[in-house]
Design a binder for this molecule. Sequence first.
Ligand SMILES: Cc1ncc(C[n+]2csc(CCOP(=O)(O)OP(=O)(O)O)c2C)c(N)n1
Length: 341
Amino acid sequence: MSKEPYHFFSVDFHKVLSSIDKNLLKDVLRQMFLIRNFEQRGEAAYQQGKVGGFYHSYAGQEAIQTACIAACGRDHWYTTTYRCHALALLLGARPNAMMAELYGRSTGIAKGLGGSMHMYADRMLGGLAIVGGHIPIAIGAAFTIKYLKQKGLVSLCFLGEGASVQGAFHESLNLAALWNLPLICVIENNQWGMGTAASRAVCVKPIAEHFAKAYGIKSYTFDGLDFFNCYAGFKDALNECIRTSRPILIEAVTERFRGHSISDPGLYRSKEALKETMEKDPLLRLKSVLLEEGILTEEECEAMDKEARDIMIAAMKFADESPWPDPITLEEGVFAPQEKI
Ligand SMILES: Cc1ncc(C[n+]2csc(CCOP(=O)(O)OP(=O)(O)O)c2C)c(N)n1
């Protein structure tokens, strides 16, 4: 990560901590364990040849989306990229159906036809593979909320910093600002767009602060490795978006632990840099706060981790034993005209 200082959303840690229900905090850690274990098992299954296609791990970025759902709730519309396993889990997708989707089985979330990049859940419009392609969909959701006068709801859209220099992103922001749409765009700056460093791809820094100015909207910058900073920031941003009926742009500064996708050996960063990155683990960071504050014991944390591991091992078994899709379903869900030529 660049050494240049960011000015993160200012938070009184103890105030935030005391504002969150202790059971919610335990639940949040449980969800982070679920996400981490899903990624570890999914990758293991890939290595065994059980999973085909692409695989993009969310490991290292867990604090952001976990904090977002904890702070904003599950009633809004959510969209994200191909790095979509965490969001689906957080929005209630069942691990069995997600693992079966990775394995390409008919019991999968997209009937085994989508794979890793196409997870869905209640209120989650994707899981979409085209960089920047999901942002206009998020705009559509925001437009619908406004059109139907659904007060209190917003459309939340996650994207990478690489996508923040895509044309679709800027057209979408312009429309959202012009039409006063309830949209919150979250740029998860994990420092790399495939093998290209953020500093070589994006001309401004902090990204959200600069781009938001161009569209006359409010921006935030979060420490994406810190659950509490993200939680407090998302609460504030949601209130602001609802209060002003104006879009919001957020940059959450984070790092990814794995390569861009499973086939990426990550030769563009040194072993030392990766080790340094992994020492900032957002999951361990939250865990140590909960231990220090006496909210959980070491044994309870271990039990949580084990429970998550068992859920994922059971999901692998479920996927392995599930039937393959019938080839006749291959063209289902493909929106193409079927007229005879
Ligand atoms: C329109 C388009 N161009 C290129 C690609 C190939 N591609 C897939 S991911 C990626 C990098 C995106 O990086 P970023 O937006 O920072 O997200 P991250 O993968 O870091 O989460 C590229 C270029 C694509 N899928 N779609």
